[in-house]
Design a protein around this ligand. Structure first.
Ligand SMILES: [Zn+2]
Length: 494
């Protein structure tokens, strides 16, 4: 595309509103598959976690995994969905090499959960994305294609994944950009991980999504023709594929063409979404109720017992941190990235007695080291109580923020208490009055101009003199005592 046509598209793009809905597949963290006892462990040798049932051999009967139902119900309750007291499994018939039965057991017209919503960020606003439904289903196997694999010359099928329990979470078309879709995915992932029902590992395929994308002229009530982009398995792909498809549809409509309803596959190598199959050849799944499974009946008491086991959710935790620790909403957002990071913060805040200062240290210094080394907070070398102890020493004036950074560096590789490290490395603060007065004298002598200005009433130069003295002491001077020593010295020779 030439520079001119890109600019024209940019202008035309402004006249359109993208409409996006996501279908997210999340693998439930059960030990065994949804209808048999085979293991769900990821990474096993191909076709070692299979049995006659998940291979679809004749004469087998599925048995529903109760834990999968419990996990799916938990997700439904957490998003405020209505849990159906009766839901029905259905056969979704299609032919594919990774589906030996010739059908997938899913739920069709009577899903487990209906409705609900998820709050996402849109710019600096919160926005509610409505959900259509959440249903239970089994995963298919995996085709392993020869491209890029040494010693493999044909496509092979691994059925370890066949029968792994999934939930499909279908949103209303409430999303308006790739960024909103990415935030939705990220918040859904966070919720599932908080609930401990999905490991959220996108690289291993535990969470993936299909995006339905259409565009319409701004202000139009009718929806445009949509396309579906299949199997997006990273946040970056969600963002890029949707942005690509919006631009493609706008360019097509602007050049007088029309969007054809079709299924697209995102190629991350080439950065394009390409047609997989068009609507004309699309499958008729011939859904019908699964004859080998009874309807799934749940009692209200059982549903309530699941509700009682729901832990504190991300938005509840955020609100509580703001309320109890008086920290800004932004801090709470960063600190609740994972449940364990929030726990770490709360321990450090309690130990320090300084919730905001503790928050600053976790968000900046702790997170910087973690990001640089790819460390989960569980593996971070400074435990929360030690960090809290150091923050307390800053707050009570024992050490300056500058010395604290040196102490923090030492703590990363030395498990000793911060007080001990301060002593051992000669970082003890200078708080002796005589020493501070001598330091003040020196700084005044070295900066006669600013000293004279201060004496003439220019209060502003005081901060400069404090800075010089701090620098001279290599950050060790006790801040308040230094200030009072400086004032005394400045007053004396005024
Ligand atoms: Zn099996």
């Amino acid at each position: 595309m030439s520079a001119t046509s890109t600019a024209t598209l940019g202008a035309a793009r402004e006249a359109y509103e993208p409409v996006i809905g996501l279908e997210v597949h999340a693998q439930l963290k059960t030990l065994s598959k949804i209808f048999c006892g085979c293991s769900t462990r990821f990474g096993a040798i191909a076709n070692t976690q299979v049995c006659p049932l998940c291979l679809g051999l004749p004469g087998v009967l599925p048995t529903l995994n109760a834990r999968a139902v419990e996990f799916a119900t938990m997700v439904g309750l957490a998003v405020g969905a209505t849990i159906a007291e009766r839901s029905v499994f259905a056969r979704k018939n299609y032919f594919y090499p990774d589906l030996p039965k010739g059908y997938q057991i899913s739920q069709y017209d009577r899903p487990l959960c209906l409705g609900g919503s998820l709050a996402i960020r849109s710019g600096d606003q919160w926005k509610t994305v409505r959900l259509v439904r959440i249903h239970l289903e089994e995963d298919a196997g995996k085709s392993i294609h020869p491209e890029g694999r040494e010693g493999v010359d044909t496509t092979r099928v691994d059925l370890n994944r066949a029968g792994v329990p999934l939930i499909e979470i279908v949103s209303e078309p409430d999303l308006r950009s790739g960024e909103e879709a990415t935030d939705y995915m990220a918040r859904l992932r966070q919720l599932l991980v908080y609930l401990d029902v999905c490991d959220g590992n996108m690289e291993e395929g535990s969470l993936r999504c299909d995006a339905n994308v259409s565009v319409r002229k701004k202000g139009a009530a009718e929806l445009g023709t949509k396309t579906e982009i299949k199997n997006l398995n990273s946040f970056r792909f969600v963002d890029r594929a949707i942005a690509f498809e919006i631009d493609r549809q706008v360019a097509l409509l602007e050049s007088g063409g029309r969007v054809v309803q079709e299924t697209l596959l995102w190629s991350s190598e080439r950065g394009v979404a390409e047609a997989m199959r068009s609507k004309e050849e699309a499958h008729d799944y011939r859904y019908f109720p699964e004859p080998d499974l009874l309807p799934l009946d749940l009692t209200p008491a059982w549903i309530e017992s699941v509700r009682a086991r729901i832990p504190e959710l991300p938005h509840q935790l955020r609100e509580r941190l703001v309320r109890e620790h008086k920290i800004p909403e932004y801090d709470a957002e960063v600190l609740t990235e994972t449940r364990s990071l929030a726990t770490y913060y709360e321990e450090a805040a309690a130990k320090s007695g300084q919730p905001k200062l503790a928050s600053n240290w976790v968000m900046t210094e702790v997170n910087a080291v973690r990001n640089k080394n790819g460390l989960a907070i569980e593996a971070f070398p400074i435990r929360a109580d030690r960090l809290g102890e150091m923050v307390r020493m800053i707050a009570d004036g024992t050490i300056s923020g500058k010395i604290a950074k040196q102490v923090f560096e030492l703590m990363l590789s030395d498990p000793a208490a911060p007080g001990e490290l301060i002593r051992r490395h000669g970082l003890l603060p200078i708080d002796d009055e005589a020493a501070l007065r001598a330091l003040a004298k020196e700084v005044i002598a070295a900066n006669p101009g600013p000293a004279a200005d201060f004496r003439a009433g220019k209060e502003k130069t005081f901060a400069f003199l404090v800075g010089q003295a701090m620098k001279q002491s290599k950050g060790r001077a006790h801040p308040e005592k230094l200030q009072s020593a400086l004032r005394t010295e400045l007053a004396e020779k005024g």
